[in-house]
Design a protein around this ligand. Structure first.
Ligand SMILES: Cc1cc2nc3c(=O)[nH]c(=O)nc-3n(C[C@H](O)[C@H](O)[C@H](O)COP(=O)(O)OP(=O)(O)OC[C@H]3O[C@@H](n4cnc5c(N)ncnc54)[C@H](O)[C@@H]3O)c2cc1C
Length: 426
């Protein structure tokens, strides 16, 4: 009796999507052999998916975005796949491609070595600010938010570094919590309680969107009492002491210095790749993979390793892109696994083609927002309806946990790669 395991590292949007795809379209198609069973193991440090989209509102106010709306238990989402599904609450620490094993440290501190027949790495990214990343479990992140909100209550000066969507959305939520909702036609708040400053290194905020949309975003921030500084970088941010209410000295590249009650670093993301061999990584520390097939092709990686989601070099990130990428990675995994298990040559690949149209939806406070979808500008009211009212929770959270997006395989045409024909061993 032997078990072939499909191992997925990371239980967020990419990992959960990949696992559902696997149970619906991969495992049922693997060759039926006497004494061989197939299962899927998912490894994640937390028991819950963290609805990261909502972090800008969740960090600003528990009342506006309660914890029960931002955490979704992973294991119950796969009850339908038992006994083939196994969840390990832990962190991958090392990969041995020669032995095809991954070392995992569980939350209880136990060391496990998990053998894989195919491996999907979907470990995503962390942010410099703890407000936008779930490091361990839900309770730990709730504590981070409680401490932050206690400090926010009396804040008079808040600085946010980073003019991307996370910085802009967070600036909007925090400015609205501190300064209140402006009147219908108002261009600034009546009695602002706090000064909120967004520092953008670029000449515009939201660089993915056209200039006119970025300008509208600035107007919406201004009406909440948030000032925007362009062409300026945060050079350093130093807290006066460890006390949670200590001021932070924020030094800017234009020579200015601000004594902030709160500084939020929203300047970028760090791929979670420190446990991987350096030679598998791109110059941005993402997993370097084939941009069409999503296979990790470094010679030392060995066969049947795939990179998926924001951790991977093929993508600029985002959850919408996963609707395209998950079927590609998992179809190629299936093709490779069938070839390996049956000793035949692999059939054609499924290729990834990104949607490069202008696309980003960015709420600014609870009333307004800017964005574009598939190259078309989205009016503020639509931004509110799509994302601003609850950060997509009502529309997408339950369906994401059920894997609704991957009910069908979607249409695709196999692409033959002469160089890969005959690659069935390993
Ligand atoms: C504040 C904010 C708002 C956003 N809003 C949007 C939006 O509106 N629309 C959109 O499309 N995108 C948005 N994004 C981006 C979106 O969150 C990412 O595209 C998405 O989370 C990527 O999913 P992922 O599964 O690839 O990685 P992640 O969500 O980063 O998940 C990776 C998972 O792997 C786990 N992990 C890390 N290391 C290990 C390890 N060694 N072993 C095992 N597990 C590990 C992590 O704990 C995590 O659970 C937003 C991001 C932020 C920060």
């Amino acid at each position: 009796m032997s078990t072939e395991t499909i191992l997925i590292l990371g239980g967020s949007f990419a990992g959960i999507g990949a696992a559902h795809y696997c149970f619906k379209h991969v495992i049922p198609r693997l060759p039926k052999k006497d004494g061989v069973t197939y299962n899927l193991t998912l490894v994640n440090p937390s028991k819950d998916l963290y609805w990261r989209f909502a972090a800008p509102r969740a960090c600003a106010s528990k009342e506006m975005m309660p914890p029960k709306k931002i955490f979704y238990p992973i294991e119950p989402a796969f009850t339908y796949a038992l006994p083939k599904f196994k969840f390990v609450q832990g962190t991958a620490t090392h990969i041995d491609p020669a032995g095809q094993t991954v070392s995992v440290t569980t939350t209880e501190g136990e060391q496990q070595s998990i053998q894989y027949a195919a491996l999907v790495i979907a470990t995503g990214f962390s942010t410099p600010s703890p407000l936008f990343t779930q490091q361990t479990d839900a309770v730990a992140l709730e504590n981070v938010y409680d401490t932050f909100q206690a400090g926010l209550k009396n804040a008079k000066n808040v600085v946010i570094g980073g003019g991307g969507p996370v910085g802009v959305e967070t600036a909007g939520e925090i400015a609205e919590i501190l300064n209140g909702k402006p009147g219908f036609m108002a261009s600034t708040p009546k009695n602002p309680k706090a000064k909120v400053i967004l520092v953008c290194s670029d000449k515009k905020m939201l660089p993915v969107l056209r200039d006119a949309i970025s300008r509208t975003a600035q107007q919406y921030l201004n009406r909440l009492g948030c000032e925007v500084i362009y062409n300026t970088k945060v050079v350093s941010a130093t807290k006066a002491s460890d006390a949670h209410d200590a001021k932070t000295k924020v030094e800017l590249s234009n020579g200015d210095s601000i004594e902030a009650d709160i500084y939020i670093d929203a300047t970028g993301t760090r791929p979670n790749t420190s446990f991987l061999p350096k030679e598998w990584l791109s110059d941005r520390n993402k997993i370097a993979c084939n941009p069409q097939t999503l296979r990790v092709e470094h010679a030392s990686a060995g066969p049947r390793i795939y990179a998926l989601g924001d951790v991977a070099s093929y993508t600029t990130g985002g959850v919408m892109d996963l609707a395209i990428a998950v079927p590609v990675a998992m179809t190629n995994l299936r093709t490779d696994l069938i070839a390996h298990l049956s000793g035949t040559a692999p059939t054609g690949d499924r290729h990834y083609t990104p949607n490069l149209k202008e696309q980003q939806i960015c709420p600014i406070g609870t009333q307004k927002g800017v964005g574009a979808f598939n190259g078309y500008r989205v009016p503020s009211q639509m931004v509110w309806a799509i994302k601003g009212r609850d950060y997509l929770i009502g529309q997408l959270a339950e369906g994401t946990m059920r894997g609704d997006q991957f009910k069908t395989e979607g249409k695709w045409k196999p692409v033959q790669d002469a160089g890969r024909m005959g690659l069935s061993s390993g």
